[in-house]
Design a protein around this ligand. Structure first.
Ligand code: AMP
Length: 283
C-alpha cells in the first residue's frame, strides 16, 4: 500500500473511465458508499472491501433524498479534506464525490419503490421516505461504478437488509457484504452524528447499548421476549432517552422472529437532539 492519495472522480464518465481501466487489467472492484464525515467504522468497511476486491472506490455523497425536510441535511458534517486524508494510505484507489446535480439532474423522475424489509415498522415509521432515497442513490452508485462487491455496515441493519433485497430483486450483479459495527471503547456505536452529542449526553449514550445487551442476554437465557423488551424500553426512558423502538426481529427479513432462525434486537432512541441507532445479534 502506498501513501498516494486516492484518485478523485466527480462525474459519472470520470468514474466509469477509472473502472474501465481497472477492468482492462482484470481487477475486481469494490465499492464502499458513505456520506463522508468518516470515522473508524467507515475505515473498517474499506478494510473489509479490500479482502474481496483489488480496487476500492469510496463514494462520499450526502444524499438529500434520504433526509426529511425536518432532518439535518444542511448541517450534516461535511469534512472532505479530512476524509481524503483518512482514506490515504489504507488502500483506497478512488474517491467518488459527485455533486447533487450529477446525481439528480433537474428532470430526474425515477425512484426505487420498496416493500419487505423497508416496511418492517422500524426506521421506516419515523422516516417514511428515507429508504426510497437510500435505495435510489445506492442503485445509481451500483450502476455507475459496476462493482463486484459493495460493503455496508450492520450499524444500519435495516438499510443493509433493504440493499440486499433490492440487489436480489433487481438482479444487480453485485455481492452485498455486511460489516460488523465498530464501537467506541464504552460500547457506543460509532456514527458521524455522535458529534452532535453534548458532553453530558455523550457520557449517557452508551447506556442504550448496555440495556440492549442485558435484554439480549435475558432473552438468550430463556426470558419471555415481550416482558424483557418492555422492561428494557422503560430502562431506556429512565436513562434519559426518548425511546423510539426496541424490537426483536428475524435477522434476515426483519419480520417477526421465527423459531430456529437468527434474531436481531434493533433500537432507535433520541438523546438531546441526536437520534441514536443500534442493533445486536441475539444468540
Ligand atoms: P454513512 O456515512 O453514515 O451513510 O455510513 C456509510 C456506511 O458506513 C454505511 O454502510 C454504514 O452502515 C456504515 N457505518 C456507519 N457507522 C458504522 C459503524 N460504527 N461501524 C460499521 N459501519 C458503520
Amino acid at each position: 500500500m502506498t501513501d498516494i492519495a486516492p484518485a478523485i472522480a466527480r462525474t459519472v464518465p470520470d468514474l466509469r473511465a477509472l473502472v474501465a481501466s481497472w477492468r482492462a487489467e482484470g481487477k475486481r472492484v469494490g465499492l464502499v458508499p458513505t456520506m463522508g464525515a468518516l470515522h473508524a467504522g467507515h475505515i473498517s468497511l474499506v478494510e473489509i472491501a479490500r479482502r474481496h476486491a483489488d480496487r476500492i472506490i469510496v463514494s462520499i455523497f450526502v444524499n438529500p433524498t434520504q433526509f426529511a425536510p425536518t432532518e439535518d441535511f444542511s448541517k450534516y458534517p461535511r469534512t472532505f479534506e479530512a476524509d481524503l486524508a483518512k482514506l490515504t494510505g489504507i488502500g483506497t484507489d478512488a474517491v467518488y464525490a459527485p455533486t447533487v446535480e450529477v446525481m439528480y439532474p433537474p428532470d430526474a423522475a425515477t425512484t426505487v419503490s420498496l416493500k419487505g424489509p423497508a416496511t418492517a415498522g422500524l426506521e421506516d415509521i419515523a422516516r417514511p421516505f428515507h429508504f426510497a432515497g437510500v435505495a435510489t442513490i445506492v442503485a445509481k452508485l451500483f450502476t455507475q461504478s459496476a462493482p463486484d462487491v459493495a460493503v455496508f455496515g450492520e450499524k444500519d441493519f435495516q438499510q443493509l437488509a433493504v440493499i440486499r433485497r433490492m440487489a436480489a430483486d433487481l438482479d444487480l450483479p453485485v455481492e452485498v457484504i455486511g460489516a460488523p459495527t465498530v464501537r467506541e471503547a464504552d460500547g457506543l456505536a460509532m456514527s458521524s452524528r455522535n458529534v452532535y452529542l453534548s458532553a453530558e449526553n455523550r457520557a449517557k449514550a452508551p447506556e442504550l447499548h448496555r440495556i440492549m445487551q442485558a435484554a439480549s442476554s435475558g432473552i438468550v437465557a430463556g426470558e419471555a421476549p415481550e416482558s424483557t423488551l418492555a422492561r428494557a424500553r422503560k430502562a431506556i426512558a429512565a436513562a434519559g432517552f426518548t425511546p423510539d423502538y426496541l424490537e426483536l426481529r428475524d435477522a434476515a427479513d426483519l419480520g417477526e422472529p421465527r423459531i430456529g432462525r437468527p434474531r436481531r434486537l434493533l433500537a432507535a432512541a433520541t438523546l438531546g437532539t441526536t437520534r441514536l441507532l443500534d442493533n445486536i445479534a441475539v444468540d
